[in-house]
Every structure is written in structure tokens, then in C-alpha cells.
Design a protein around this ligand. Structure first.
Ligand code: GDP
Length: 417
């Protein structure tokens, strides 16, 4: 199946979690559509190992859906290239089910030569588009299994300087293929001011390199909550995120359980918007902009890819014709064909011309004969008339016309009787 063909050799992890995530109270219109259509999001996490990708995924969905990296890839067997791991999770909340697929990419940026570490990621994205296209074009259209990646969360090292070359190269290659959501990893390792400065630098770097990240659209101009949330998201990108330490539990003074990380100077609460942007990222993914992510993937990114793919297929077909004959030979062949065509046309025209001339000559000959016959006939008639007149003249000259006529009558009559 499509699902199988896209899966990696790594076993798929399936978890059923019931913790509160927030998608069950999606904006009404979106929720109705999502429940009707089935409800699914595929997110990809990319970034160097150790930046806290697994931890963040687990924090996002409030359970260990992403196993510790060591269990999938023990240190000795660390992938030598970028591997692609599919992790499926069925999340149920207030009776609403979300099928989440997380595509993890261990090995990214971990190698000495990271020349084209984005290739396997690009290939995964495009393979999934290809699988979708194949289903769309198949004669027997069943319900299409959509494995397209709706969001790519890209982890940026919290260096505080600027984007690294590998970040720019990666995002430049992927921004037109997938919804890019850049995040600053382990934001708790930086001060608030450092985070603000770093965000500014990242935003200007992205603009400088013409990289288009996912811009959350406003769904409903009337919906104040949606407007405020979308504006907050736009201001916060790239999100500064912190993953909760699963090994520790913290409690607030009122006894509430806190998910976060502990320091001698205090606790970073991942669910507190004044500590980090984790909540904004989560709400954007599975609440306010889940549908926008899916829509942009289907209507813009996939459509652009599909158009290019169709063009490629068209060009490839033309090439196969050209491949057999060299361009010079092809030109010569074309010229010979053209000349042959001209010669044939000329011969046909000559033949038609000859036929027409013959016909005309025949007509002329015919009319010549007729004319000659008429001429002879007329000449005879004239001669006859002339002779009669001559005869009459002679008779007039020799006597009275009556006598002459009478005697002429008897001469002629006597001769014939
Ligand atoms: P991955 O390789 O990107 O999946 O990284 P992991 O999620 O396995 O995390 C690597 C290490 O970083 C672990 O020891 C985590 O406890 C730690 N870590 C994860 N998230 C954070 C964070 O937000 N802040 C800090 N300070 N450490 C983190």
C-alpha cells in the first residue's frame, strides 16, 4: 500500500493517547469538516540530533509517542545518512480522533559532510506527492490515502548568532515544497533578550534569502479570537520552544502539575506563554491553523509540484523522440521530407495543368470543326444565292421577267418530268 511503500524499515510506533491537546474544540466550521472527512495531520521534524525534537513531540502530545532516540538508533548504529522514521499516533480527545504522523529525520546535519543531507527529506516529501498523484490518476479511484506532509518543523540551534549555512540551504530547498515552521530549539538556554534578538536576526536572514515560511492566515475577519491568535503567531515566529523534561515532575504553589525543566533559579513552565512559545506552536498546529496547513499543502504546494511534474513528464516524452536521432540528422531528414513534399505537390500541379490544357485544346478543336462546317455551309448558301441572283440578272438583261420565268419553269419542269 501507499502507506507501506512510504514507511521506513523502522517499526512504526502506534500510541493511543488521551491527554488534552486542544484539537477537539477546533473552530466550529473547521471541526465539522474535519470530523466528516476524517482528521489527520502529518508533521515532519527536522534538525540536528540533540536539539530536542523527540522531547518536543512528546511534550506537544503530552505523552511519550516519540521514543528516546537511543531505542531506535543506538549510538553504535547511528544512521550514516538521513533516515526517515514514521511515528503514528492516534490522539483522542472528547471523542474526536486525530491521526498524527510524525516523520522524524535522524542523521540530519550530523555528518562531517552535510552536502546534501536534505535530499532524503526532499525525496520523502516528493515521494508522498507522487503517491498522491498516482492515486488521483488511477482509474479506480478509491478514497485517497493522504500521506502528504502538512508541516515541517525545523529546529534551529540556539546559538544566538544567526542562521547557519545548513539552515539556509535546507530551508531554501524546501520552502516551496512544504509548510516550513522554524523553531528555536531549547529556548530555555537563552535569556529573553537574547531570544528576541535571535528571532529578529532569523527573520531578516529568511527575508534576505527569500525564504517563505508558513504565514498563518486569518480565517474569519469577524472572529476576534482568531485575529488575535493569528497576530500573536505572526509576531512569535520563529517560535522559541522548550521541551518538558519527562524525568521530573514539578508542582506549582497551588498544587498544579507543571510540565517543564528545573533550574537552580526556578522552573521553566512550557505551558506558560510568558516562558516560551510552545503553546502557540501547539495551538497553531492542532487548533487554529491545522486546516490552513492542510489547505496550503493541497492547494498551493502540491499543485505547484504537480504542475512541474506534469511538465517534466511532457518534456521527457519529447526527449525520448529526439534521443534516437541527432539534431543535425533530424534537420536533414526534415529538409528531405519537405523537399519530397514540394516535389510531389509540383508534380500534381503539373498533371492538373496538363489535363486542363488538353481539355481546352479539345474544346478549341471541336469549335474549329464546327466553325469550319458552319463556314462551308454559309459559303455554299451564299454561292447558291449568288448564282440565283446572277441567273435573275441574266434573264432581266435578256427580256421580260414573266416570260423568262415561265419558260424557265417549263425548262426546269420538263427536265424533271
Ligand atoms: P533529538 O535528538 O533532537 O530528538 O533530541 P532529544 O529530544 O533526544 O533531546 C536531546 C537532549 O536534550 C535530551 O537530554 C533532552 O532532555 C534535552 N532537551 C530536550 N529538549 C530540551 C529543551 O527544551 N531544553 C533543554 N535545556 N534541554 C532539552
Amino acid at each position: 500500500t501507499v502507506q507501506d511503500s512510504l514507511s521506513s524499515p523502522v517499526p512504526v510506533v502506534r500510541k493511543r493517547i488521551t491527554g488534552h491537546v486542544g484539537f477537539s474544540n477546533l473552530p466550529n466550521q473547521v471541526r465539522r469538516k474535519s470530523i466528516k472527512d476524517g482528521f489527520q495531520l502529518t508533521a515532519m521534524v527536522v534538525g540536528e540530533s540533540g536539539l530536542g525534537k523527540s522531547t518536543l513531540i512528546n511534550t506537544l502530545f503530552n505523552l511519550a509517542i516519540c521514543p528516546p532516540r537511543e531505542s531506535l538508533h543506538p549510538a553504535a548504529e547511528r544512521p550514516k545518512t538521513v533516515a526517515i522514521d514514521n511515528i503514528h499516533a492516534d490522539i483522542e480527545e472528547n471523542g474526536v480522533r486525530l491521526r498524527l504522523t510524525v516523520v522524524d529525520t535522524p542523521g540530519f546535519g550530523d555528518l562531517v559532510n552535510n552536502g546534501s543531507c536534505w535530499d532524503p527529506i526532499l525525496k520523502t516529501i516528493e515521494d508522498r506527492y507522487e503517491a498522491y498523484l498516482t492515486q488521483e490518476n488511477s482509474v479506480k479511484r478509491k478514497k485517497i490515502i493522504d500521506t502528504r506532509i502538512h508541516a515541517c518543523i525545523y529546529f534551529i540551534q540556539p546559538s544566538g548568532h544567526s542562521l547557519k549555512q545548513i539552515d539556509i540551504e535546507f530551508m531554501r530547498r524546501l520552502h516551496e515544497k512544504v509548510n516550513l515552521i522554524p523553531v528555536i530549539a531549547k529556548a530555555d538556554t537563552m535569556t529573553e533578550d537574547e531570544v528576541a534578538d535571535f528571532k529578529e536576526r532569523i527573520v531578516s536572514d529568511l527575508a534576505f534569502h527569500g525564504i517563505r515560511i508558513f504565514q498563518a492566515p486569518i480565517y474569519d475577519e469577524e472572529d476576534e479570537e482568531n485575529i488575535a491568535e493569528t497576530e500573536a503567531i505572526a509576531r512569535a515566529i520563529p517560535f522559541a520552544v522548550v521541551g518538558a523534561d519527562p524525568t521530573k515532575t514539578f508542582r506549582a504553589s497551588n498544587g498544579r502539575l507543571i510540565r517543564g525543566r528545573g533550574y537552580p533559579w526556578g522552573i521553566v513552565d512550557v505551558d506558560d506563554p510568558s516562558h516560551c512559545d510552545f503553546i502557540l506552536l501547539r495551538r497553531m498546529l492542532v487548533h487554529s491553523h491545522m486546516e490552513a496547513l492542510r489547505e496550503r499543502t493541497a492547494d498551493v504546494l502540491y499543485e505547484t509540484w504537480r504542475t512541474q511534474r506534469m511538465l517534466e513528464l511532457g518534456v521527457a516524452q519529447d526527449h525520448s523522440v529526439f534521443d534516437e536521432v541527432s539534431p543535425a540528422d533530424r534537420l536533414r531528414e526534415d529538409r528531405i521530407m519537405h523537399e519530397a513534399k514540394l516535389a510531389k505537390m509540383e508534380a500534381t500541379m503539373k498533371e492538373i495543368f496538363r489535363e486542363k490544357v488538353e481539355l481546352q485544346e479539345q474544346k478549341l478543336k471541336q469549335s474549329e470543326v464546327e466553325l469550319y462546317a458552319r463556314h462551308t455551309e454559309m459559303k455554299e448558301a451564299m454561292t447558291k444565292q449568288w448564282n440565283q441572283l446572277m441567273e435573275k440578272k441574266k434573264q432581266l438583261e435578256s427580256g421580260s421577267s414573266d416570260v423568262v420565268s415561265y419558260s424557265f419553269y417549263w425548262v426546269v419542269h420538263g427536265l424533271t418530268v
